[in-house]
Design a protein around this ligand. Structure first.
Ligand SMILES: O=C(O)CCC(=O)C(=O)O
Length: 316
């Protein structure tokens, strides 16, 4: 009797999961094609931003290859912008080091991590950010937001803002989670920006990308992106399918900035010899936030008067 009930419960659970997943997929598709994204595409088409030469080069590069890499100072030439960010990054690194010491002493470290325990995060999930947060300001300023919206062809949502400290894994460690090739689950097209805050060489777990693997590009049909699809394909099979093709490995000095459509295949953070510190932002469509993903922060009660309509939308 007990066994039957257990079997029945398991079947009911499987059916419920299937229905739930079907519902999430349908919600995503509806918002992508008709509801949320349509309105945000319209907003974009009514006020297309004027991009300068650097922003245009980034958007064109993203469309062609799915990634662009450049020095942060090319997009933000004012050294004060970098100094402010670097000061904040230094505090994060100091706090992380202090947390590691507490951890080593068997105390509560206070460090923020998710299931990806090799990464310590400044924000992780559930944090409240104010408009004075330097990274939030950067991500919602027109230099980044205009190019993100132009690439995505809509008024995007800022979904994720964080700093990561990636701790080196043991020498014999195997690649885990996002250290393995995958497509991000969040959206059919999304834009991530990474800013290296330390020098990143092969031993610091550089970010890597398979050019032209985003949906709609040449390799977009390789284990194609689908809502709740198979986003981590068998790694050896993938390696065989992309053999002989270029793979971008983004080693670079502190201040390297990478833009990438991570619906294409990417991996990184497999640090083996030294830590890697970076800032990361994600821009996605409204449909993604309504169905597949979750914003990692809430905006502190703020007078949004200083925000552009695009920034207010990105944070709403
Ligand atoms: O840590 C890395 O370089 C990979 C990050 C990643 O997979 C992601 O942000 O989606």
């Amino acid at each position: 009797m007990h066994r039957n009930r257990t079997k029945l419960a398991a079947r009911a659970h499987a059916v419920a999961t299937k229905l739930e997943r079907g519902g999430i997929r349908a919600t995503y598709r509806l918002h992508d094609s008709v509801l949320a994204n349509r309105a945000s595409r319209l907003r974009f088409s009514r006020a297309t931003p004027q991009l300068d030469e650097t922003q245009t080069r980034i958007v064109d590069g993203l469309r062609a290859e799915g990634f662009v890499v450049l020095p942060f100072s090319e997009l933000f030439p004012d050294p004060q912008v970098w100094q402010r960010l670097e000061a904040d990054a230094s505090s994060f690194v100091e706090e992380t080091m202090a947390g590691f010491e507490r951890e080593a002493a068997g105390e509560d470290s206070g460090l923020r991590r998710t299931s990806k325990d090799f990464v310590v995060r400044k924000n992780a999930y559930g944090v409240t950010l104010g408009l004075d947060d330097p990274w939030l300001q950067l991500a919602t300023g027109p230099r980044l937001l205009d190019l993100a919206n132009s690439y995505l062809g809509l008024w995007s949502k800022l979904e994720y803002v964080d700093l990561w400290y990636t701790k080196p894994s043991a020498a014999e460690a195997e690649r885990r989670s996002s250290q393995r090739w995958h497509r991000d689950f969040n959206d059919r097209h999304l834009l991530k920006a990474f800013v290296y805050l330390t020098d990143v060489d092969e031993q610091a777990g550089p970010f890597e990308y398979v050019p032209r693997s985003a949906p709609g590009n040449e390799l977009g049909q390789l284990w194609p992106w689908r809502p709740l699809g198979e986003n981590y394909p068998p790694q050896e099979e993938l390696a065989e399918r992309i053999a002989g093709r270029p793979v971008e490995t983004f080693t670079g000095p502190k201040g390297t900035m990478i833009f990438c459509n991570t619906s294409g295949f990417h991996r990184g953070g497999f640090a083996t010899g030294k830590p890697r510190v970076l800032a990361t932002f994600t821009y996605a469509s409204p449909a993604a936030l309504r169905s597949l993903s979750e914003r990692n922060f809430t905006l502190a009660e703020a007078n949004g008067a200083a925000l552009t309509p695009q920034a207010r939308y990105a944070l709403s």
